[in-house]
Structures are given as C-alpha cells and as structure tokens.
Design a protein around this ligand. Structure first.
Ligand code: SAM
Length: 454
C-alpha cells in the first residue's frame, strides 16, 4: 500500500505533535495535520509523503473533538502566531505539561524522579504580550501591508488587531500606516533588498503604561520623521520613539544601532517591586504577569537566606538577578548583549541594589575565565539560556564549581532535557519541575527546574 500526494481520506486524530499539529494514521502511515485536534474525525488531503509518514491538509472536520473551541480571532490557524487557539485553554495547559514531561522522559532519560508541580496557567490568556514585531511590506497591487506572517511563510496577513498583543498596538499601527501611505515612504522588499521600512517593534510597560515604538529601517534616516513623531505622540503614554538600522540581508529583525527620535531611549516597567528600564535591543520577557510567577518560582527554587553568592547566567537586563539580589548576599549576572548589561547596571542603580554586579560576554567564556583566573565561588547558579540551551562547556564549568543548587529556567523543553541529563549524570539531582504558561495559544512553554548537588 502506498500513499500519494493529493490522496484524500478520513482519519481519526489520536495525538498531538510538538508544534501542536494533530497526528492520525492511515494504513500504517502516520500523518501530521495542522489545526487538527485529538478526538477530531477529519477529512484530509496528503501534501507531502516521506517513507512512512507524511503531512496532510485539514479539508473538513466531520466530528469535532470535545476539546475544540471557536477561536476568538478569525485569523487563528492562518497567522503563524496562535497555532492552538482552537484548543480549550485548560487542555492547552495539559498539553504543555505533557510536552515537558515527554521531553524529560524521552530525551532526559528521567523516570520516577520527576517531581512535576501542577502547571501555572494564565488567568486571562488574551492581550498578554508586551512586545510585538510587525513586518511591513507591499502587496502585489502596491498597497502597504502591516501585520503578521502567515504560518511557516513570509507572506504578511494585513492586520493591526491581535488578541494576544497589547490593545494599544492597533492605533499605533494605524498611525504608522497612514504616515507611510501619506508621505509615500519606501517599503522594504525582501527579495530585492531595496526600500526602507522593514519592521515595527512596539513595547508596552504593563504596570507603567509606557509605550515604545521603534521602526526598523534599511537606511540611516526616515524622511518626514517629525510628522510620524507628531502623530504617534497623540497616543497617551507614548514614551520612546526610535529608529533601528538594519541594512543586512537577513531574517534577523533588529540591527545593532538604535537612533532615538523622541522621548526616552527606553521604557520602564515593574515586575514585583523591581523597576526595569527596557531599551529596544534588550531581551525582556513578553508576558509580565506570568513572568512574575516565573521569577517567584526561580527565587523559591534558589532557596536563598541572605548569605549566598549567586551567578545569574544569560541575565538579559538583570531581571532575575535583581529579583534574587533581594534575598542573596551577592549576585553576578552575565549576558552577551552589551546594551542589555548597560540596562542591567542602570536597573540595579534605580532600585538602589548594591549587591549585584554585571559582566558582558558569552556565559561559557566569562564563567570559565572567572573560575580559572579568579577562583570565583557560587552557592547557587541560575541559567536562563535561549532556545538552543547551554553550551556544554558552560555545564562543565558549573559542575567544576559545584554550587549547592542550580536553577534552570528554559523556553525549550528539548534542550532543557538534554542539559538536565548532563547535569544529572554529573552529580546533580532533579528536585522540582515547574511549568509556567507564558505564551497562551502558542505551543511554546517555559519551565523552571531545581537541581541539588547530590
Ligand atoms: C531567555 S533570555 C533570558 C534573559 C533574562 N534572564 C530574562 O528573564 O529576562 C536569554 C538571554 O541570553 C542572552 N544570550 C544568548 N547567548 C548568550 C551567551 N552565550 N552568553 C550569555 N548570554 C547569552 C540573550 O541575549 C538573552 O538576553
């Protein structure tokens, strides 16, 4: 029996994949079906076949899963942002909890020792993001389009409203769109690498209400910028307007250089009692409400009593470091982006925190040099790496330093499981695992893990 492209049949969906896609089977072949859910009976059309699995398109839902809900957003399923808005939110949480557990078992090789706390979900899984990045382009008729990429593509769905972004983005995008059209500002073309305006970045301080707008341009200046400033300043709480120069032929959104146009070069926001200054290039968690729960978990896992030395690796603008500094004797933060470290130092200053020091550089290099040359010590090491996880050489240094506890904050359960396996094979015991939902309606998941030296 073979299955060919364009074949159609009816299948039952019995599992969910790592990208939220439904998994079904036909004649022994596994089929991955985007937008299908466990419990759905669906008609599908085969798009691509490999040796014993393939990808099929959902043509019709014949019997819906009991977990299926009507998405609020009419673009859900098309836009690449919310891949599981059609799944009941409580079931999304179950899915994320299982995703972490499966990675720990399959990749990490853990079994009974996983002490998985109940997942911390969101009270309101809508309008929760404080940061948005809108690509700007022109359609085939020459109209300006601003919105979000359709899933897995670079074609833009033209929209200024999004159910998971801050609501103030809508007037911001409308004003920028009017400005671009009225003044005939050139728009970047990915294929020819010509044109000026590439992306719009917005950030909102959820506690302070402060708003940042940054236009990413393929050039050095924006014509008629005073008109844009005037228009954006009609929005209450506008705080920072800037340009970011990105002349590279790349999918990376931001370039290295920021030119302030109006207001402060940053916005401020609070997580708990700590105030943070955030500039366009700095990493800042996108869901401030859940971030507080995440950091409180990290702080409780660090189990500080006031006399500990703590290293916070991949510290960004010092968010976790300053949280920990409230309870530690001394905190050292390490981060690769120089601008973020400037923000971290400034953040320590504005909060009168004097027991936190920050270093620029790759965590794996800085920690090794400090350990070899200055014989530094740590009671607790916290890591919060990007998706690719920790460099193995960093894990080696951590093991040599032998801190009492390691707290691992992760946005990728697969690399988390890989790194935990390494630590657990080298003298650390997995004590607690806490999943926190930071990204409702997407398949992304954030996890905090406590490890102790055996
Ligand atoms: C997931 S973020 C965590 C930031 C911070 N802990 C927070 O909660 O806001 C990861 C950070 O690691 C930084 N980074 C990436 N590679 C790095 C490396 N090799 N060494 C140090 N920092 C790195 C990124 O710039 C980013 O700020």
């Amino acid at each position: 029996m073979t299955i060919n492209k364009n074949d159609e049949f009816i299948i039952d969906i019995f599992d969910i994949g790592s990208e939220g896609e439904g998994i079904g089977r036909h004649e022994g072949f596994t089929l991955f079906v985007k937008n299908a859910l466990v419990g759905d009976k669906v008609k599908v059309k085969v798009m691509k076949m490999k040796k014993n699995y393939g990808y099929a398109r959902l043509m019709e839902i014949l019997e819906p899963s009991k977990d299926r809900v009507k998405p609020k957003c009419e673009l859900a399923g098309k836009c690449g942002g919310c891949s599981i808005q059609h799944l009941d939110y409580q079931k999304q949480l179950e899915y994320k909890q299982n995703k972490v557990k499966n990675c720990l078992v399959r990749i990490g090789g853990f079994r009974d020792e996983i002490n998985l706390e109940p997942i911390i979900g969101m009270e309101n899984p809508f309008y929760y993001r404080n940061k948005a990045q809108f690509p700007v382009s022109k359609d085939k008729d020459g109209n300006v389009v601003i919105g979000f990429y359709a899933g897995g593509t670079h074609s833009i769905i033209d929209t200024s409203h999004c159910y998971i972004q801050a609501e103030v983005n809508e007037p911001i995008i409308q004003k920028i769109r009017e400005f671009l059209v009225q003044h005939n500002i050139s728009i970047y073309n990915e294929e020819t690498h010509e044109g000026l305006v590439r992306h719009i970045l917005t950030r909102v301080g959820f506690t302070t209400g402060e708003i940042m707008v940054c236009l990413i341009i393929n050039g050095n200046d924006l014509p008629k910028k005073e008109k844009l400033i005037q228009s954006l300043c009609e929005i209450p709480n506008m705080t920072s307007i800037s340009l970011n120069v990105n002349k590279e032929k790349t999918n990376v959104i931001l370039g290295d250089r920021v030119t302030p146009l109006w207001g402060q070069p940053y916005i401020t926001d609070y997580i708990g009692d700590i105030k943070y200054q955030i500039s366009p290039l700095s990493f800042y968690q996108v869901n401030p409400v859940q971030t507080r729960k995440l950091y409180e978990t990290a702080l409780s896992f660090a189990d500080l009593h006031g006399d500990e030395v703590v290293w916070d690796l991949y510290c960004g603008i010092g968010t976790i470091s300053l949280f920990l500094a409230q309870k530690a004797k001394q905190v050292y933060g390490v981060e690769i982006v120089p601008q973020a470290i400037q923000d971290a130092k400034q953040n320590a200053l504005i909060n009168n925190i004097t027991n936190a020091e920050f270093f620029v550089g790759a965590a794996e290099d800085v920690l090794l040099v400090k350990y070899k040359e200055e014989s530094i010590y740590a009671d607790v090491i916290v890591v919060d790496p990007p998706r690719k996880g920790c460099d193995e050489s960093l894990l080696e240094t951590i093991i040599s330093m032998a801190p009492k506890r390691v707290v691992y904050v992760s946005c990728d359960p697969a690399t988390l499981a890989r790194d935990l396996k390494y630590l657990s094979n080298n003298g650390y015991e997995l004590k607690k695992v806490q999943v926190v939902d930071q990204f409702g309606h997407s398949v992304h998941v954030e996890t905090v893990v406590k490890l102790e030296k055996k």
